[in-house]
Design a protein around this ligand. Sequence first.
Ligand code: NAI
Ligand code: MG
Length: 499
Amino acid sequence: MAVSNEKVHPKVQEFLQKGPRKLFIGGQFVESYSGKTFKSVNPATGDDLCEVYEADDKDVDRAVDAAEKAFHGPWSKMSASERSRMIWKLADLIEENLEPIAQLETLDNGKPIRETRNADVPLVIDHFRYYAGWVNKFSGEVINNSLHPHIFTYTRREPIGVCGQIIPWNFPLLMASWKLGAALATGNVVILKSAEDTPLSVLYLAELIQQAGFPEGVVNFISGYGHIAGAAITNHPRIRKIAFTGSTEVGKIIMRDASKNVKRVTLELGGKSPNIVFPDADFSKAVPGALHSIFFNQGQVCSAGARLFVHKKIYDNFLSDMSNAASKIKIGPGLEEETQIGPLVSAKQYETVRGYLEKGKEEGAKALTGGVTNEGPGYFVQPTIFADVNEQMTIAREEIFGPVVAAMPFDGEEQIADVVRRANDSEYGLGAGVWTTDVRKAHKVAHALEAGTVWVNCYNLFDAAMPFGGFKQSGFGREMGKYALEMYTDVKSVWVNLE
Ligand code: NAI
Ligand code: MG
C-alpha cells in the first residue's frame, strides 16, 4: 500500500493493507480460481494502491451457481417488507461509513474528495433509500378483458433472475448503486463486475452487504478485465439480463454476445452532448453552468456538455468569462480539500485525452485556456476550452471523456432551428443543455433535442426518481426512477376461469 498520509481514514488504511482484495461470491470473500491478481493504482501519484484478485469464467460460473441458489432459495421467500428494510439498512450502513467510502473512491478514481463526500456517496445512499421504498409499491395490475365476466385477468411483475451488471470507472460506487437498487427492489440476484481501474469501493460495499444481512449469493462482486470476466458474464447461458454502462464500442460487443441466449439488455453508453447558450441567458448562471457541465468529474461524465454552442452576439464575452473562471480552477490530488479537478482515472485515459488535445490543435482549434497536460506524477490534464472549432473536427465529433470543451458560435433569425439541427447532428443522444430566460424557447428546444435528458438553466443534475438513459447510439433502456423497475422485471399475464 502506497498511501502514507495521516489524513487517510483508519478504515481505509486497514482496507488497503488487507492484501489482495478478494472476490465477493456467495456471501464470502474468495480468491479467484486462477490465483491471479491485478493492481489498482492511485491516479494522483501513479503508485499502486493495492492488489485485487482477478476473475475469469470459472469464477463467474461459481457466482452464477451462488446467485441461482439465492434466487430459488431465501431471497424469493422473503417478504417485501423484509427486503425493503434490508436495502434501507444498507443505505444506513453506507451513511455510517460515508467518510472512508468517499476517501477510498477518491484514492482509487482520483476525483475530488469534496465531490465523493458531497455528491457520489450521498447520491448512493439516497438511491438505495428510494428503491427500498419501491419494493412493495411496484406491481402488476388487474385488467378488464373483453371476454366473459368470469374470466379474471391480471398481470404480475416477476423478477428476471440472475442479472449481470457491468459498470465503468467514472462513478464506481454510484454506478453500482444505480444498477443494484432497481435489481434488488424487484427481487433479482446480481453478478456485478467493477471496472478494472476502480475495483475497490464495491468491495468495501460488499462488507456492508454482509452486515445488512442479505442472503448469501444475492449480490456477487467480480473484479477483473472486460474481455475476460466481462465477456464471461455477457456470454453466460444462465445469466438472463445484462445492464451495461461504458463505451459505445463495448456496448455493441455486449449486444452481440447477449444475443446468444436472448438476454435482456440495457445499455448506457457514450455521448457528445450539446450545451446551447442563447443570447438572453443569465450569464451569472450560464457561465458556471457551462464550466460545471464539462469539468465536473474531470470531464469523465457520459453526459458532459462537450459541444458548447454559444450565440454569436455573446460568443466572445461568454468564452472570455468562462476562460477567466477556468484558469482559476484548483487542480490537485483528490484528497486535498481545496481540489476542484483531480487527475484522470488512468494513464490510458490521460494518453487518450492528450491525443485529443494534440488533434484539436493540429486541426486548427484554439485553446483559450488549458490545452496541455501536466507533467507527472499523476494523470493531470488542464481544463481546456477550444474555440474556433468547426463541426467536422475530431474534437467536435468524438467522445473525449476529459476536461475539454469544443466551443462553436451559432447564428440565425429564429435562433432555434439551425442550432437544434447542429446539436442533433451526432450519433449520440445522451444529454443536452439549454440556457435561456425565455420559457417558450426553453421548452421548444428541449422538445426538439434528440437526447435522453435535457437540462434547462442547469446541468448534470441527477436524482434517483428521474430516469436516465440515451437516444440513438447512447444506448437504450433507462436507469433510475420507476422506469428502471420495468427493466428488471418480466410481465406475466394470468388468466383465471372463475366458473
Ligand atoms: P469500456 O467500455 O471498455 O469499459 C466499461 C466496462 O466494460 C468495464 O467494466 C470493462 O471491464 C467492461 N468491458 C470492456 N470490454 C468488455 C467486453 N468485451 N465484454 C464485457 N465487458 C467489457 O470503457 P474504457 O475502455 O474504460 O473507456 C474507453 C472510453 O469509453 C472512454 O474514453 C469513454 O469515452 C467511454 N466510457 C463511457 C462511459 C459512460 O459512462 N458512458 C464510462 C466509461 C468509459
Ligand atoms: Mg485506481
